[in-house]
Design a binder for this molecule. Structure first.
Ligand SMILES: Nc1ncnc2c1ncn2[C@@H]1O[C@H](COP(=O)(O)OP(=O)(O)OP(=O)(O)O)[C@@H](O)[C@H]1O
Length: 320
């Protein structure tokens, strides 16, 4: 991981204390025998401390226009004036009824589709309109994981090929480097090196979703946009995948945009919750207290639809 070096004038400055820096995974090296120290701090930690966005959408719009011969063009406002910010180590839960624009927003934020209006920024830099080369680079840092774990991977490739292909595509590392990285990542997501020689057809759906997550991790992302990643899995497999995502976040500080219809699950794992309704973001709140403070009628109806037996209360699930 790249590091930013910061030279503190003297230990007496007390700019960053050792325990704080250690928590951040920062390295501190004493220089000489006196008071000067060299702090090596991960940029994502600095951003988190400063509360800055890694990826932000500002009044983003995405309209689709369909033209038919001899008929008037029909325009769908899939996303209208959405403002959203993803910070390092933070999970934003995104909920909304079917067709409310969640996946469209996800594709725009992952630079898979151009926006019609508004702006996207990456670490404060405008990336609304970037060259194809820059977009490709950025897509490495902003990974999108899709709903159907089986459809998302090529059934004719071994797991090892699935994992190493993106690095090959970007021309990163030697053949051996890529294989070593695949072996390391497959263990991080709870499978074994033995799975590398298997084909997707020889894996369960849950294992296929782990492979999808591993493929995203191969690119060393900073943000993962998880679009309904557990909706096609049974409850216990879905819970394992959520646990895995949270563990990975704890280890590496990824920012997540977690899209789901399952409000109880979203409340459980997100720090903030955004609600989309008919292309607009109608509500955005901290998950703690969400069930009490949410005001939009659609959000209220969502909260009331959460089965009481399953959740007992959203308050208990709220991430703190
Ligand atoms: N490529 C496209 N061309 C035209 N219209 C589209 C396109 N993609 C999405 N839409 C429309 O945009 C709207 C939002 O769709 P989107 O898939 O983003 O919703 P969603 O909230 O993700 O729904 P779901 O929860 O069912 O996946 C819908 O009305 C959809 O028909």
């Amino acid at each position: 991981m790249s590091c930013t070096s910061l030279h503190a004038a003297s230990a007496g400055d007390g700019a960053y204390t050792w325990p704080t820096a250690a928590r951040a995974g920062a390295g501190i090296r004493l220089i000489g025998r006196k008071t000067s120290v060299l702090l090596i701090i991960k940029p994502d930690w600095l951003l988190k401390k400063a509360g800055l966005c890694m990826l932000a959408a500002q009044n983003v719009q995405k309209y689709y226009t369909r033209r038919q011969l001899f008929q008037q063009a029909v325009t769908t406002a899939a996303v209208h004036n959405v403002t959203l910010c993803i910070k390092p180590g933070e999970t934003i839960g995104l909920v909304g009824e079917s067709g409310s624009g969640k996946s469209t927003l996800a594709r725009c934020m992952a630079l898979l589709e151009p926006v019609t209006g508004g702006a996207l920024t990456w670490h404060g830099r405008d990336i609304t309109r970037v060259s194809a080369k820059d977009a490709r680079e950025l897509r490495r840092s902003i990974q999108l994981i899709f709903q159907d774990p089986v459809d998302a991977i090529n059934p004719r490739l071994t797991v090892e090929r699935i994992l190493t292909e993106p690095l090959y595509h970007f021309g990163i590392g030697s053949v051996q480097d890529r294989k070593d990285k695949a072996r390391q990542i497959i263990e991080r997501i709870g499978l074994t090196a033995g799975h590398l020689t298997r084909y997707p057809g020889e894996l369960s759906r849950g294992q296929c979703q782990r492979v999808n997550i591993a493929r995203a991790l191969m690119a060393d992302p900073q943000i993962m946009i998880c679009d309904e990643v557990i909706s096609s899995l049974d409850v216990s497999t879905g819970a394992q995948i959520v646990r895995l995502l949270l563990d990975l976040q704890q280890q590496s500080g990824y920012g997540y945009l977690f899209i789901s219809h399952d409000l109880a699950r979203v409340v459980q794992i997100s720090q903030r919750i955004a609600v989309m309704y008919r292309g607009e973001l109608v509500e955005q709140r901290d998950s703690a207290g969400f069930h009490l403070e949410a005001a939009h009628p659609y959000t209220r109806s969502l909260i009331e639809a959460v089965p009481k037996l399953y959740t007992r209360s959203l308050q208990e699930l709220a991430f703190t």
